[in-house]
Design a protein around this ligand. Structure first.
Ligand code: ADP
Length: 197
């Protein structure tokens, strides 16, 4: 499923393993200690190799970690990318603890970091919807709105943002949120997401 904007930029949704999809920058769903973890974080460190953690060690010593809603950049080791942006999503605490704004801030920070580095293609996982428990429908609406608004702005240089979603249920939640947010203006490649909407 993809959406093309008048300025030529593209927002795409796909099912897959984010460590296998070539990009200029890969976004990681990290934790504020920047020490690695399970889920997509574990997969990124396994596939990228120890270089990434070495860089995070330096950042951690300097700053003590990364606050929720923000992100830090490293190189990408063996991953098919130039950078990894380690974003710290909010832990879901019922929705009354500024979770939506903190999640939006993760996506905005990563897009700003992409602009500063001349990144053209950026891939995102579904931040916070695994171990951090953010309901995927709500998270999808926040994520898609921020990324769509960014891509549609003519002054921004990021050309392609891809949500690489790990399982069918998460993909479907994002596809449905996209239909809702974008009012059905999405192109659907044959056979993908054909049961949604
Ligand atoms: P968080 O702690 O922010 O919730 P998780 O890594 O637990 O982060 O989960 C975030 C999302 O990433 C979940 O939808 C999970 O299924 C997904 N995920 C796990 N491994 C990968 C991977 N290799 N590629 C893409 N997404 C992944």
């Amino acid at each position: 499923m993809e959406r093309r904007f008048p300025n030529g930029s593209v927002l795409r949704l796909m099912i897959g393993d984010i460590t296998k999809v070539p990009a200029d920058a890969i976004v990681n769903a990290a934790n504020s200690a920047l020490r690695g973890g399970g889920g997509v974080d574990g997969a990124i460190h396994r596939a990228g190799g120890p270089e990434i953690m070495k860089e995070l060690d330096v950042i951690r010593e300097r700053t003590g970690g990364c606050p929720t809603g923000s992100a830090v950049a490293t190189t990408a080791g063996r991953l098919p990318a130039r950078y990894v942006f380690h974003a710290v999503g909010p832990i879901w605490r019922g929705g009354t603890h500024n979770e939506a704004e903190l999640l939006a801030s993760c996506y905005r920070t990563c897009l700003q970091m992409a602009e500063e580095r001349g990144v053209q293609v950026i891939t995102f996982p579904s931040i916070s919807t695994g171990a951090y428990g953010y309901p995927v429908r709500e998270a999808a609406a926040v994520a898609l709105r921020i990324v769509r608004d960014w891509l549609a702005r003519p002054e921004n240089k990021v050309r392609e943002a891809v949500f690489v979603l790990f399982d069918e249920a998460t993909y479907r939640a994002y596809a449905e949120a996209a239909e809702k947010e974008f009012g059905g203006g999405l192109d659907r490649p044959a056979g993908v997401g054909s049961r949604t909407g």
